[in-house]
Design a binder for this molecule. Sequence first.
Ligand code: ADP
Ligand code: MG
Length: 644
Amino acid sequence: MALLQIAEPGRATAPHQHRLAVGIDLGTTNSLVATVQSGQPRVLPDGQGRMLLPSVVHYAADGSTAVGQDAQALAAAHPLDTIASAKRLIGRRRADLPPGSVALRLEDMPGMVGIRTQAGLKTPVDVGAEVLRRLRERAEAALGGPLVGAVITVPAYFDDAQRQATKDAAQQAGLNVLRLLNEPTAAAVAYGLDQGSEGVYVVYDLGGGTFDVSVLRLARGVFEVLATAGDAMLGGDDFDRAIVDWWLPQTGRDAGGAELAALLREARIAKERLSSQGTVELRHPAGGSLLLTRAVFEAVTAGLIARTLVPVRKALRDAGIRADEVDGIVLVGGATRMPQVRAAVERHFGRAPYTGIDPDQAVALGAAIQADQLAGNRGADGLLLLDVCPLSLGLETMGGLVEKIIPRNATLPTARAQDFTTFKDGQTAMSLHVVQGERELVAECRSLARFTLHGIPPMTAGAARIRVTFQVDADGLLGVSAVEQISGVHAHIEVKPSYGLSNEHVVDMLRSAIGAAESDAHARMAREAQVDARRLLDATQAALHQDGDALLSPPEQQAIVAAMQAVSDQLEAVLTDAQARAGEQPDQQPDQQPNGQPDLLAQRDALRAATEALNRATATFAMRRMDAGIRAALTGRRVEQVAV
Ligand code: ADP
Ligand code: MG
């Protein structure tokens, strides 16, 4: 895999002039903005000295907004107009979300989910933009001028749509995005792991509502994400709930609505205090109190800690790395302040994690360092970071097969080209269908975009040379171009897929690809046999039309027509069978029927046999056509002029 050093266009040329740039951690629960001042990264507080801005937005009836702590204060009274955790929705469609998983009034919007509020329909992009705007204003007030740009972090598993939506939010907030950066990579940069030490690092990020683990490799000055895993439904909030579940039965009361919210708030404060003290007092809003010791807290949350180790093992397995081969572990996310988390990580890896940097600031600090570099304040000493492509990108080819152009985990930015040709004589247009996924069949991958290359000069099938180039930029966004090499006609598309491919979808697509590798290979062979058969039928048809009467006797023609009929009957049977199967299980995912796998191999063999019979039936005809062609070419020339 080629590792590239990126040359950034538009870098500052005047090194003495410090350009204002920030790093922003746009978190599910909390967001932060940081910058580099006098060579040191630091988080910028608000006017009251608070570092974290809760990622919560309240929409008032008059259209005004409250963000952060101010919005949180309004959440209990206005639950439907106060939006938290919008990051879970960004770049997704309503259909991607488990029903009932979001306690907001959700609506379908083209390519995304809408949220109905008293101030109208809002999108997750709008919510993200409000948070980002507050952070921009905070930074501009603190730094005393407009920003040249920001590095914004995103989870390593974010797909194209989620990254694009994050960029859209930044633009809406008046921010120039210098780069989207993976959160784990940013944390590793904050620890200075990019400065010299080569090796494999694990980033363990336990936030408010999500858990992400990434395996990074630093080699030759470049970070690569080897694997990511996580649990989108596991975070610090679950520890709050565990406290309430232990507490509630002892209060002798039922709690719901506002009272439950108050208990959860109390539990969160208790949890955070237990990270630095041995015992806390839980005070019930309706009176009465109870002592909670760290030992009890650790006992009631042991299951949650164990759950984080499942994705840890998976990520290591996917990366092909053993726990004892890891050179360092970085803790990220406020919830990793809990001593039992640190202890569990240390036990698992047999070494203590890095804890020198505040775990809820690490991502923003690393982003600030990267922003400082991209803004040109560091000269050429800093390195620029690379991400990887989470799923393979490819093109649909004949027979509904996928030709992978950029493989999964290719280091970004990347550009790869492949040549294609026309399938039919005189074909003047070629439609290109860009897909994402690991499966061999288009129907089982995700469709990203379609476009058409027009104006190909008419040529015989296979003569045109169409070079298709896939380019993925450093933000993970894809552009595809197609150029016919002889005529130079070209077409280009920026792939901005409709928002919406969830983390779980990525995982599902990978899982089904692995599970289905064998059946995919069978399916591919069957499709290839179909493509061959159809190509031969078309060619024979054209030849008969042109030269059949001149070169063949009527019985010879009949024999060929009969062999053609046999091939087309066989093709028909395959297609009817496929349709029947599709009709039988209308709502079953294609990747969920490993047992219902039809006998694709038998179908392929029957089709092959018919195709070969047609080949034999046309052998004489082909020879005569060749002779006729040679005779025509030689007409008017003397034999000795023809070099042998
Ligand atoms: P996100 O990345 O999801 O935006 P954060 O990294 O800000 O989230 O983590 C928020 C979580 O960290 C919350 O559940 C919060 O209660 C928890 N947290 C913050 N400080 C502490 C602490 N001192 N001890 C334990 N948990 C903490
Ligand atoms: Mg975070």
